[in-house]
Write a new protein. Structure first.
Length: 108
């Protein structure tokens, strides 16, 4: 989990955002169950919601906000470093969770 938190902070996201913990949990879930990426809405959001005691809708919104904060802080350059390719637009929740989990998996 340490690498997850360090990388999120490197993207400009701090623990003052609810999406910080929720993105970390979503990443952990994907690393445990890669097939959950096939349906983020039905698999990941409800599981994160259970772990942090909120609703799947709040998880989706908080993760989206967290991604937007990261984009404002680091722009395409920060996201390109994580994704391994040039990013020109902000990724969706699903795209970000997937590329972030892959980054964490390959750098741990």
């Amino acid at each position: 989990m340490q690498l997850i938190y360090e990388t999120l902070r490197g993207l400009g996201l701090t623990s003052k955002y609810q999406g910080y913990q929720q993105l970390a949990e979503a990443t952990k879930i994907v690393l445990e169950h890669e097939d959950f990426m096939l349906n983020v809405t039905k698999n990941i959001y409800p599981e994160v919601a259970l772990r942090v005691r909120t609703t799947p809708q709040s998880v989706e919104r908080n993760i989206r906000t967290a991604i937007e904060v990261c984009w404002r802080q680091t722009g395409p350059e920060g996201f390109s470093r994580i994704s391994g390719c040039k990013m020109t637009k902000i990724p969706t929740n699903e795209e970000f969770i997937d590329m972030f989990a892959f980054y964490i998996e390959t750098h741990s």
